[in-house]
Design a protein around this ligand. Sequence first.
Ligand SMILES: *Cc1c(COP(=O)(O)O)cnc(C)c1O
Length: 370
Amino acid sequence: MIPVCEPLLIGNELDYVVKAMSSNWISSSGEYVTRFEEDFAKYIGTRYALTAVNGTAALHLACLALGLGSGDEVIIPDFTMISSAFAICYTGSKPVFVDAELESWNIDSSRIEEKITSRTKAIMPVHIYGQPCNMKAISELASKYNLRVLEDAAEVHGAMFEAKKCGSMGDISCFSFFANKVITSGEGGMIATNDKNLYDSCRYFKNLAFPLDGPRDYIHQDIGFNYRMTNLAAAIGLAQLEKIELYIAKRRKNAALYREFLKDIPGLKLQPESPGTFNVYWMNGIVVGDEFGPSRNRLRDELKTRGIDSRNFFFPMHRQPALAKYGCETKDLYPVPDYLSERGLYLPSGSGLTESQIEFICQQIRDIRK
Ligand SMILES: *Cc1c(COP(=O)(O)O)cnc(C)c1O
């Protein structure tokens, strides 16, 4: 079976993990945690970066640092992965959904303004599948309405909007290092920001709200969380970061090959690279139109019998039972996420895929259409 996405561990991962083990620094202090944070901040171009145990926890910390709480609203894309919404719910505030663009699959920035109310505190753009959102439009809205911007950059390590890295444009941003992401630490997350106060606030909540520089007297002023990354995970993450340019090049090569091999098949749409952006193609999605013939589900099942794994696109937020139960507004119309989630399929996209595997996958798609 060709998997949708497998990690590729071809650098110093094993060496660093062994060194961490031999040095006895296996918990959340240690050289690799510090180095991973410093080098990641340098790479993204922010003053600070802070590790977290996973991307969802990183988003939660960022929401806490922004002071979100009950009664607040945060604007997010209706077409995203559930973590974006859950992190907001953890603070008692409410995610408010916005339709997607049919071309880019990202949040439709022209539809954000109509969702802004007196309770809106922040916008959370999510760069979907590797493609940066329109950060210019989002930043302008944020300044106009005095809103904070929290970038969910879990899928876009190294992607750029007008030569600026995703994760460096908002007030604060979050990354994931789950095994299928552009780079991985097994499980892991990172927060990036230029704001010392937000950074300190994340550090505080991440470590059970122990006073940052005060005495260890076990007196706590706030409810905190244990969201610390281990030195072992950071050892893997740092080794991956050292080779990030290679992984991005592989991802972009995959996308170019899919474009080449699928180009004359009617009814298939791929995610374009919007002008002025650098897409890292975390996932190579296709949207299966009527012209293709077989439905998305048929295609997915047929691919499976031919040894090719694939995944349906995200399921829209306004259709999530958990979020309806929580009290989110789910009655508006979100035609694009509905369309994408019914028609979208992501194809194998890992950094370790070979050209002949991609050619094989595309041949099978062509064959299934007949
Ligand atoms: C992967 C992902 C996350 C969460 O990351 P985890 O490390 O799995 O918790 C958050 N947002 C988006 C958009 C993601 O793709």
